[in-house]
Design a protein around this ligand. Structure first.
Ligand code: PEP
Ligand code: MN
Length: 294
């Protein structure tokens, strides 16, 4: 796989020496402190987004998430507020000071989204939209690059290479759950913890986990957050509702959204777990791991 990832491999590599860090307006991915991105699944209104933004800031989040362009399974579902949603995100950033990450799905919307966002999200469903990847590779903005729900590591990193060859090496990978047996019975997807160490052994890019989409259920989110950081992730992206009553009201992903009080406890726990990784010299899974085994 090495030769196919020429641009990614040209970056400071995994394994020894400093890893690549990606800076988003003062928030650093790949450094000692785990980065916590939190916010609503979708920007649905000014009031909802501002309330969640204030709550996640108070809970200790470093960045705000929220979709203005939503990739929905059905064309009849809520598709997002578009530019109005981006304006709301801008207002939330101005009030809270939190940098904003939001999804871009369409090449034609890149300039628009770039004029509001601090970081562009490429969603799971767009992971192999190669024209989109090439175009975001021409922007100077950092990219949150989600794994396709059925993508192999090779497919995921090769797709990241499309971004890097365009000249944009500010890429943060995001494991967001893959399709396995049992999905639907007790979870929506399976958060693939194994891929974190595998990524770190292959490229030097930061990697975060999305336990919201990775589990699909609010009660499974805290343990998955803790496990992700323990397994070597550099941060989290988590969906949040302002209060329990919003769970049934929001148009998108209420079942997997956690309350701000739960987020506050997760932030505390993952910082502690990150300290343990350092103290026990397990910051470098690739240094201590053998081969894949038989
Ligand atoms: C999201 O984070 O808003 C999202 C749609 O996630 P994914 O692309 O991982 O499904
Ligand atoms: Mn969602």
């Amino acid at each position: 796989m090495t030769e196919l990832l020429a641009s990614l491999r040209a970056l400071p590599a995994a394994g020894s020496g400093p890893r690549r860090t990606v800076d988003v307006r003062g928030v650093t991915f790949g450094a000692k402190r785990p980065v916590v991105i939190a916010g609503p699944c979708a920007v649905e209104s000014y009031e909802q987004t501002l309330a969640v933004a204030r709550a996640v800031r108070d809970a200790g989040a470093d960045m705000l998430r929220g979709g203005a362009f939503k990739p929905r399974t059905s064309p009849y579902d809520f598709q997002g507020l578009g530019e109005d949603g981006l304006k709301i995100l801008k207002a939330a950033r101005e009030e809270t000071g939190l940098p904003v990450v939001t999804e871009v799905m369409d090449v034609r919307a890149i300039d628009l989204v770039c004029s509001y966002a601090d970081m562009l999200q490429i969603g799971s469903r767009s992971m192999q939209n190669f024209p989109l990847l090439r175009e975001v590779g021409r922007t100077g903005l950092p990219i949150l690059f989600k794994r396709g729900m059925s993508a192999t590591l090779h497919e995921w990193l090769s797709a990241a290479e499309y971004i890097a060859v365009g000249g944009n090496d500010r890429i943060v990978l995001c494991e967001r759950g893959i399709r396995t047996i049992g999905n639907g019975e007790y979870d929506r997807n399976t958060l693939d913890l194994n891929v974190i160490g595998a990524v770190r052994a292959t490229v030097g890019l930061p990697i975060i986990v999305d336990p919201s989409h990775g589990t699909g259920r609010a009660q499974l989110v805290p343990p998955a957050c803790l496990a992700g950081i323990a397994a070597g992730a550099d941060g989290l992206i988590v969906e949040v509702i302002d209060r329990e009553t919003e769970r049934r009201q929001v148009l998108c992903d209420g079942a997997q959204s956690i309350r701000p009080d739960v987020l506050a406890r997760i932030v505390k726990a993952v910082r502690a777990i990150r300290e343990v990784r350092s103290a026990c010299e397990l910051d470098w899974p690739e240094d201590v791991a053998g081969g894949a085994g038989g």
